[in-house]
Write a protein that binds this ligand. Structure first.
Ligand SMILES: [Fe+2]
Length: 547
């Protein structure tokens, strides 16, 4: 588990980071110096010692405006999160630029906090934007808990969470939410309002928690008339202050808060947490490597500050986010990071015909270390279901019925050798019951993962559930313009819906089931939820069938 990971020495970290960014060590040191001021200092515990402690009574306004969250549940532990922000849409959130505050926390077996299981005190530091991460252990496995924070006269909203069943334990079923892509300016988070009312054990967020683009005073397509968002949001995020403010805006949303407070989340990022379609150290647009590495370090730090993660604080340039968790004997979760270590998109990115460049076997989407780690994890898995929450579409997506068609260079289609290594590994190892959970594309798909996508009769080695976006791309429509073509061009594509929503996944010993929930509209409040379709795949006989 991540919490036992050893940190490599700073020197080795520098060399590794330089290699990942595709820069020489000397060049990297120049680049890194741009990021050093905001990043390396985070590793020095002495930076805390000098922090002046603020008396809680100096907090004269409610600091719990961003809600609470929990995540990365284990059999005996769960991470609790909050962040103090009396004025969330002001720079510095209405708190001084230095200092610390002690924040009390409580975990109880009941909603009224009569039976308190654990309690303690954490520190919120200005240096980490007053965020609080508590890894509460010593809990009972597979159990619901309630939690809250307190500072001075202020008590946070109550969150509900759930520990995971121990790895060797039989579990009848697990219910999971799958969410991604929540561009604030594209509409209301109505999908989260409905998600929070589901009966789920945990939620997977597979990326695009924020978007970097400018947001106007009316909140874009939310078209606010009762408030004006600060002009500080009206430019693309590049600095630490920009990214922090963006998380504050998102986390003031009551529907997002409700979804965090209802379930533990397992999060991973995609591109927009930094910049659209970036690849490792390479920006989408023409930033210098120096400027981009500083931007990525800022984005990484703000992500860590705002997520219920057990991972150690990020170093200068990266955050190890891929990780493995278990849900009894029923499921193993291998959560991937296909953004931070990837080769640059081939053929200039976008939708392009495959070429020798995209087929280059040296190209990677996960990086060699993560690739090995994933296959090793498959080898040692004893779970019924091998669940892989990740970012971009794994299965082939041709956008015409011609023999050779353009493919998305940003998805696994643009990294065919990396996909072949993964699927060959799945076959060689004999991975049973592979369920890939995907986001990124702002539409819902149900897809059979074929051993050879050129041969529709080849073996189905798993299933891929692509969840639609929470908000990105606005209201959407059931059948987007390319619906008929995409469906005809890809026989392994069993379902395609272009509306907003989320997916509820149920796993038991016999079946994996996906219920595709869609909302009626998001560009004004009050959208209703319905089920667009449900698909099941039998255990040990992969292949999606409409339920
Ligand atoms: Fe997205």
């Amino acid at each position: 588990m991540a919490r036992t990971d050893q940190q490599p020495s700073p020197d080795r970290r520098l060399t590794e980071a330089a290699a990942r960014l595709g820069l020489g060590r000397r060049r990297f040191l120049t680049v890194a110096s741009a990021a050093a001021a905001l990043a390396f200092t985070t590793e020095l515990p002495s930076a805390h010692a000098a922090d002046a402690e603020l008396a809680p009574r100096t907090l004269t306004e409610n600091p719990f405006t961003l809600g609470v969250a929990s995540g990365d549940a284990l059999g005996d532990a769960v991470v609790l999160w909050t962040r103090l922000a009396p004025r969330p849409l002001e720079p510095g959130s209405g708190l001084p630029p230095t200092g610390l505050v002690r924040v009390d926390w409580e975990v109880a077996r009941d909603e009224q906090f009569r039976k308190v299981a654990r309690r303690g005190t954490a520190r919120a530091h200005a240096e980490f934007d007053w965020s609080v991460h508590v890894d509460v252990d010593g809990l009972d496995q597979g159990r619901v808990y309630w939690y809250r924070f307190r500072v001075g006269a202020w008590t946070s909203p109550v969150g509900r969470t759930r520990t995971a069943p121990a790895r060797n334990r039989h579990v009848d079923r697990v219910r999971l939410g799958l969410v991604s892509c929540q561009a604030y300016e594209d509409g209301y988070f109505t999908s989260y309002k409905h998600l929070a009312e589901e009966d789920l054990d945990a939620v997977f967020h597979v990326g695009d928690y924020i978007y970097e683009y400018a947001i106007d005073a009316a909140g874009g397509d939310r078209k606010y008339t009762d408030r004006a968002l600060p002009s500080l949001l009206a430019h693309e995020t590049t600095t630490l202050a920009d990214y922090r403010l963006r998380y504050s805006l998102y986390k003031t949303d009551p529907d997002l808060q409700a979804a965090h407070a209802a379930f533990p989340w397992y999060v991973t990022w995609d591109d927009h947490e930094v910049e659209n379609n970036y690849a490792a150290g390479i920006p989408e647009k023409g930033q210098s490597p120096e400027a981009f590495v500083a931007r990525r370090a800022a984005a990484t730090r703000a992500y860590w500050e705002n997520m219920p993660l057990r991972m150690p604080r990020p170093n200068a340039t990266d955050l190890k986010l891929y990780r493995r968790l278990h849900y009894g004997r029923l499921a193993q979760f291998d959560i991937l990071d296909t953004r931070q270590y990837r080769s640059d998109q081939a053929n200039g990115d976008g939708w392009q015909f495959p070429t020798a460049e995209s087929a280059d076997p040296r190209r990677t989407l996960m990086g060699a270390t993560q690739e090995r780690w994933l296959l090793d994890g498959f080898r040692s898995s004893r779970a019924v279901w091998n669940v892989v929450p990740q970012q971009v579409v794994l299965s082939r997506r041709k956008n015409t019925t011609a023999a050779v068609s353009k493919l998305s260079m940003d998805a696994w289609d643009g990294y065919p050798a990396a996909r072949e290594r993964l699927l060959a590994g799945v076959e060689d190892i004999g991975v049973e019951n592979l369920v890939v959970l995907t986001g990124d594309v702002h539409v819902a798909y149900a897809m059979d993962v074929k051993r050879d996508f050129d041969d529709p009769d080849s073996r189905t080695v798993g299933v891929e559930i692509v969840g639609t976006s929470i908000a990105s791309d606005g209201d959407g429509e059931e059948h987007p313009g390319n619906w008929a073509t995409l469906t005809a061009a890809n026989p392994h594509l069993k379902f395609y819906d272009g509306r907003r929503g989320y997916t509820a996944i149920t796993l038991d010993e016999e079946h994996a089931r996906a219920d595709y929930r869609v909302v009626s509209h998001i560009t004004r409040p009050g959208g209703t939820v319905s089920t667009a379709a449900s698909f099941v795949s039998e255990a040990y006989r992969p292949g999606l069938q409409q339920a």
